[in-house]
Design a protein around this ligand. Structure first.
Ligand SMILES: Nc1nc2c(ncn2[C@@H]2O[C@H](COP(=O)(O)OP(=O)(O)OP(=O)(O)O)[C@@H](O)[C@H]2O)c(=O)[nH]1
Ligand SMILES: [Mg+2]
Length: 381
């Protein structure tokens, strides 16, 4: 307890302890496949009770479906990409025909025969080459993880690990909420903070539902898949996925319904971004302005990957620096008032949503930022 001469500090302390103890409502936003649901899964692992064996087993059909979607999308794109790719081993054609005949929906039953064909196809060098060019078509991120594990997945005693659950891709088409409690650091008075975290679908058709959960949100966790720089949007292949993310961030940043929420940005999928940059993929091919980008002297930048990370951070800060004007409807025609929104802090983190250790660390820091914002907003310090 903080004691003051006139009891003011005591009152202040009580006020913000009360604020800290209020439920904190966090909203996950971002484009499709940016990693929102993966963050929800991490909260269940870190702050709820993790996954029971039954819950793990419930994921098996989805994992098998991920395998089918992956192999189907790779092999049906071998001929479509330019230049096309041929199988290296003629015998693979038989397996490819078997899988293609099943169709996009997947088999009624995942038999040993089915898995043998998938394994044969995946072992072909031509199929691997097409996989390596997956930025030229649409492929889920979990493809390699599950295709490499068919032997384990097809056994009758298979129980998915946390890693499998985190990689399993299921598109979100409804709004869901999880709640959990985490300890408040002693310096803020201790106790437990209750969090409600909302997950929404990020594809274009899902975004009209977002407004339903805007009321009373304290913080927005906005996810950007930073590795998206060389991918096209699933919903509209004429649009770059990373550009779509920046545009969406700008829309949300200037949205008057969430103007009081803290803005926390996760530059996610850092593992994939690092791999792509180290393999020599060039971001300037998609974002020509990168060629003129020089990080400020204060920021550590020893590798190309670190420079790309700073470029993206800079893009976000650039959007946040732009003035936001909103028009308030006046009572009488012609009496509209244009108001400039207060600029606000944007907290940016580089994340790997599939890495529990990384998310534990980042979320501790997110929690701290939210507490600091409460202190700032209540005007006590
Ligand atoms: N390697 C890697 N994969 C990731 C990362 N974050 C998410 N993924 C994978 O990306 C895929 C999409 O993640 P989701 O969490 O389903 O994405 P979402 O934002 O919920 O997508 P929608 O529900 O369509 O809005 C999943 O297969 C995840 O395992 C990451 O940091 N690294
Ligand atoms: Mg989702």
């Amino acid at each position: 307890m903080v004691c003051g001469k006139d009891g003011k500090e005591d009152k202040d302390h009580l006020l913000y302890t009360k604020k800290f103890l209020e439920v904190k409502k966090l909203l996950l936003l971002g484009t499709g496949e940016s990693g929102k649901t993966t963050i929800i899964k991490q909260m269940k692992i870190l702050h709820i009770n993790g996954y029971s064996d039954n819950e793990r087993k419930e994921k098996i059909p989805y994992i098998k479906q991920n395998i089918h979607e992956s192999i189907y999308d790779i092999i049906t794109n071998m001929n479509k990409i330019n230049p096309p790719v041929k199988v290296k081993n003629e015998e693979t054609i038989n397996s490819i025909d078997f899988i293609v005949k099943i169709g996009q929906e997947g088999p009624n039953e995942f038999t040993p025969e089915y898995f043998n064909h998938v394994k044969k196809a995946w072992a072909d060098e031509g199929v691997k080459e097409t996989f390596n060019r997956s930025n030229e078509y649409q492929l889920i991120d979990s493809a390699e993880h599950f295709l490499n594990q068919i032997d384990v997945i097809q056994t009758s005693g298979f129980i998915p690990t946390n890693q499998d659950i985190l990689f399993c891709r299921i598109k979100t088409i409804s709004i869901s909420k999880i709640d959990f409690e985490i300890p408040i650091p002693k310096k803020y008075g201790g106790g437990m903070a209750e969090f409600w975290m909302f997950d929404v679908g990020g594809q274009r058709g899902e975004r009209k539902k977002w407004i339903k959960v805007f009321a009373g949100i304290q913080a927005i966790l906005f996810l950007i898949a930073s590795s998206d720089f060389d991918l096209k949007l699933r919903e509209d292949e004429s649009v770059n996925r990373l550009q779509e993310s920046f545009n969406l961030f700008q829309d949300i940043y200037s949205n008057v319904y969430v103007k009081d929420a803290a803005m926390i940005v996760f530059l996610n999928k850092q593992d994939i971004l690092q791999r792509k940059i180290e393999q020599g993929r060039k971001i300037e091919k998609y974002f020509p302005e990168y060629s003129n980008f020089t990080p400020s002297g204060r920021e550590e930048c020893n590798t190309e990957y670190e420079k790309v990370r700073l470029f993206m951070k800079n893009k976000i800060l650039g959007i946040a620096r732009m003035p936001v004007f909103v028009e308030n409807m006046g009572m009488r025609p012609g009496k509209n008032i244009t108001e400039q929104l207060k600029p606000r802090d944007v907290y940016i983190h580089n994340t790997i949503a599939t890495d529990t250790k990384n998310i534990r660390k980042v979320f501790d820091s997110v929690h701290e930022s939210i507490l600091q914002k409460i202190v700032k907003d209540t005007g006590i310090l």
